[in-house]
Design a protein around this ligand. Structure first.
Ligand SMILES: C[S@@+](CC[C@H](N)C(=O)[O-])C[C@H]1O[C@@H](n2cnc3c(N)ncnc32)[C@H](O)[C@@H]1O
Length: 351
């Protein structure tokens, strides 16, 4: 009992420490930016006291859920303490060195500053841009090498706790196939990025076949390095487009997709959902996680608006008003459930 209490205090302390570090970085970097490259369009927005209390409460709720899921063996407790400190240490100076380029791109509203050697024909048009003003968009090894820590800072250290919200509904959905051998079940993580979600998934699903898919070869290479020494069977990585998944109809038992939808134009969101429906086996489970939306998190509208003003996120303001629940239903999914945890909304649905 005492050991559990100490572990919980350690977990909360770690989370609070990451949150302070994230806030301190943001405060410092925006002060330096305002000093070196002042830009009237990007003044810091002031958070009022009530909003600050709401943010704090919602972070506490997220941590509580994360802790409870681990305690209930949905995933191992050690995932909560699994921080790649060495990786962060190498990423952090790169983030600082790259920051002036990001500020400059933002000031000039230059969203098409991509590596010259990429083959434009291989990617959808909406993808060929500097999302978040990020150097090289998603199209270089450099971008992939600092992405993780950037997300961690953006969410004040809560990114993995939010990604882990997909695990419980995935487990519940896969119970529909409890009469089969676990090693025969396939879980596809779409837009897997640099591998953070794959690591959480492998922690929770030891025997199932896990596949990560992304459009960016560079992000997949980074993912491959990140997951290379994980216990369990090999995780497969596939370069592909979520709109045209390289899988047979009815061939997968579970699909997860984290932080993709807010970066897609509305018609593409719909295509992707239809594609998920096609490749899932009947009774298969879909779990989506993405930004919170206006309807269920009205108190956080100020944060949502500031996000798409400060970062280059051209489809975000449409996304936060998109009725994803209805779309999922129209496509044919059942048992649709959605819940919000701090900055992330999670949908689950059964084919
Ligand atoms: C915001 S990142 C999310 C990455 C990861 N899921 C995470 O939790 O950090 C969006 C990812 O979606 C990928 N992506 C965007 N459009 C895609 C598409 N049509 N098909 C596959 N991947 C796509 C990008 O390459 C990028 O890795």
């Amino acid at each position: 009992m005492a050991r559990e209490k100490i572990s919980k205090i350690a977990y909360k302390t770690l989370q609070q420490g990451k949150s302070i570090a994230g806030l301190a970085h943001k405060e410092l970097s925006s002060r330096i930016m305002n000093l070196l490259l002042p830009d009237e369009n990007f003044r810091n927005f002031n958070i009022d006291k009530n909003l600050l209390i709401d943010i704090q409460n919602s972070m506490d709720y997220l941590r509580e859920e994360d802790w409870n899921d681990a305690e209930n063996n949905i995933y191992p407790l050690k995932l909560l303490f699994d921080e790649p400190w060495l990786r962060y240490l190498t990423q952090y100076p790169k983030i600082w060195l790259d920051m002036p380029n990001t500020w400059e791109r933002r000031r000039k509203q230059n969203f098409k500053d991509l590596p010259k050697n990429i083959d434009d024909e291989s990617y959808p048009k909406y993808y060929l841009r500097n999302f978040h003003h990020q150097t090289d968009g998603y199209l270089s090894d450099f971008s992939a090498s600092i992405y993780d820590l950037q997300v961690e800072i953006l969410f004040n250290g809560t990114a993995d706790s939010m990604r882990r919200r997909i695990i419980k509904p995935l487990k519940e959905g896969l119970n529909n196939f409890s009469n089969r051998k676990k090693s025969s079940l396939k879980i596809l993580d779409v837009a897997t990025g640099s591998g953070r979600t794959l690591k959480q998934l492998r922690g929770a699903f030891k025997k199932e076949r896990i596949i990560g898919l992304d459009l960016s070869g560079s992000y997949l290479k980074e993912a491959s390095r990140f997951i290379s020494d994980l216990d369990g069977d090999l995780i497969e990585l596939v370069k592909g487009n979520a709109e045209k998944l390289p899988f047979e109809d009815n061939s997968l038992q579970a699909i997860s997709c984290v932080y993709l939808f807010h970066e897609l134009p509305r018609p593409v969101r719909e295509n992707v959902l239809k594609e998920f429906f096609r490749v899932l086996e009947p009774e298969g489970i879909l779990v989506l996680a993405d930004s919170i939306q206006v309807n269920d998190s009205p108190d956080f509208i100020q944060i949502m608006e500031n996000f798409h003003k400060s970062f280059h996120e051209p489809f975000y303001s449409d996304y936060i008003k998109d009725d994803i629940n209805s779309k999922i239903k129209e496509i044919g999914f059942n048992n649709i459930i959605s819940n919000s945890f701090f900055m992330t909304k999670v949908w689950s649905a059964i084919k």
